[in-house]
Design a protein. Structure first.
Lengths: 345, 345
């Protein structure tokens, strides 16, 4: 299916020659490879199934956006080459992110993640819970090595925030009275907080001034909101082969996101009855129901609405970077902000 | 049902006047109350269901053995009155312990814990996973406040060990070829490691000499082995009202523990076929099957065998304390070691 919207890219950066996300991946290839090697080194359990499950997860893709953001933020604040500390911390953030994915997939009863079967489908919920716990401990272990109290408290706080976000989302499943504000709170806690932390940590690592920490934290937070709103929109629009997710997965899991919320408020009363009935079905809904929802969303522009909000958050993110003088690192961060609202189009 | 064995108590300490576990609870009542208050203070989530679930857990009993051991070990090494640091650390250890219980109950599909419905039965597996995660983050938060690298690394290592133990146990469910050594490795990782850590942390907190840290770590490890072996024995012997667990719960969950392992090796070949068939049934086994197992265990003395091992580990634990001069704290630790192998008789 063709997405029912056309998304203009933000203007490419003209000052540094960096114009695409592929160039960014390429420019920071060595740093990201170091993170990848550190991820592999982190997984050295004496229990084979832990290693198998964790290795599967790390080989199943993932763009390593959080490590990339941490490295870019660190460079923006110091200009130095990658240090071992950056690698350790970027790896710890990715370990925490992967742990939350494992537990979230159990909670959501998810079958597909990034186009692959989820770990819970391959090894069961029990292995997913334990390997998630294991990855948390590995992250903690790496963070402790840095011996930086501010980093430790920042990461402990964000873990708590993510769990609270997941719990809030879970408690509001199938609830059609959820507000946009509830939705944003969930996204802010579940997704934006860790992305913001990745950016802030880059600044903390190099003992940057408070203004830089704050600006990068805000950049990450806006970027995280843009990222998740875009993801939520794509759930009702993207071709399943492209994003590795089935269409209407959120509907199936009972999650009420921005496009669905927009549809509920924009549609006619008789249509709302139909939509609410389908939401109430959750995982029991027949496939034609998700087709009906998607057709209504096309009619009312619900996906475009969510994407527009995503783009506005991306623009706010980029605005925060004006504190820093132009550089390839700043351009790279701008391109990442562009990328998260223009994936798979 | 009456337990098919009679367990002599270890000789009471004669040097300090302390003779029973109740006197120990009484002597350290203020310290344990401070831990209890800290546990309540730790749970301050903005998400109500997290607070409800956690409060239920802390009000459902639990002897706070780990906090008690930490406080006793700390006193043994310093002789000082309780410090705020002891309270924080004892609370952190109990938070970690409670988090593992929550995740373990999901993994074991457990219905009863300490005589109460498990959290997973009341709020579901999903809340149990998330509240477990939440308690971990609260523990981390408190540990960070202490700013002691040795404490941080010790706790990170023990968390990893416990998870590996649970995973190992899970991977050996229903496996009748498990050895006593496998069983001990699981107990060592899952249970003894955190109890050993509670004791070691008391010593670390007061910067005790390495010999004292080692002795207290060994004391805790032996005590943990004694504790779990005793618990595994009681699973096939205790009255369900007394220990808050149903008889044969481990059998139901597919866990092969010392009494069952003893029975498998001691019984006749035709009986072994019956036992193996029942183990294979796991949760599907009808109630009369667990009755058949318990009768065979009485015949072959399998419960006594496990309890005897437990008592030997308790004796080894007490032996480690001879490094320290006699004191009420040392006597209290001895009484705890006695208590864990003589509960509910």
């Amino acid at each position: 299916m063709t997405p029912p919207f056309d998304l203009p890219r933000l203007a490419p950066s003209t000052t540094t020659g960096l114009a695409s996300i592929d160039q960014v991946w390429d420019l920071y290839r060595d740093e990201l490879r170091a993170v990848e090697e550190q991820l592999v080194r982190s997984i050295d359990s004496s229990v084979p199934v832990i290693n198998h499950t964790a290795s599967y997860l790390f080989q199943s893709g993932g763009k390593r956006i959080r490590p990339l953001l941490l490295i870019l933020s660190a460079r923006l604040c110091s200009g130095h080459d990658s240090s071992e500390q950056e690698t350790l911390l970027a790896c710890a953030v990715e370990l925490i992110h992967t742990a939350t994915l494992l537990h979230d997939d159990v909670l959501d009863e998810a079958a597909i993640r990034r186009g692959h079967d989820t770990a819970r489908l391959l090894w069961g919920n029990k292995a997913s819970i334990l390997v998630g716990d294991y990855l948390y401990t590995r992250a903690i272990d790496q963070v402790i090595q840095l011996g930086n109290r501010e980093i430790e408290t920042t990461l402990a706080a964000v873990c708590q925030k993510m769990i609270e976000g997941e719990m809030l989302q879970f408690s509001l499943h199938h609830n059609v009275n959820i507000t946009e504000n509830d939705c944003l709170t969930i996204i802010d806690n579940k997704t934006a907080s860790l992305i913001a932390t990745a950016c802030t940590l880059g600044a903390i690592l190099h003992d940057a001034p408070a203004s830089q920490k704050t600006a990068l934290g805000r950049f990450g937070r806006y970027l995280g909101l843009a990222f998740q709103l875009s993801d939520d929109a794509l759930d009702y629009a993207a071709h399943p082969d492209k994003l590795g997710k089935t269409i209407g997965k959120d509907l199936y899991e009972g999650k009420i996101t921005f496009p669905l919320l927009h549809l509920l408020s924009a549609c006619q009363p008789d249509e709302r009855i139909v939509v609410e009935r389908i939401i109430g079905h959750g995982g029991e809904a027949p496939p034609q129901d998700s087709g009906a929802i998607i057709r209504l969303m096309e009619q009312y522009g619900s996906v475009s609405y969510a994407l527009d909000r995503a783009r506005r958050y991306a623009a706010l993110a980029i605005e925060e970077l004006t504190l820093f003088p132009p550089s390839s690192h700043r351009s790279a961060l701008e391109i990442v902000a562009d990328y998260v609202v223009s994936r798979d189009h």
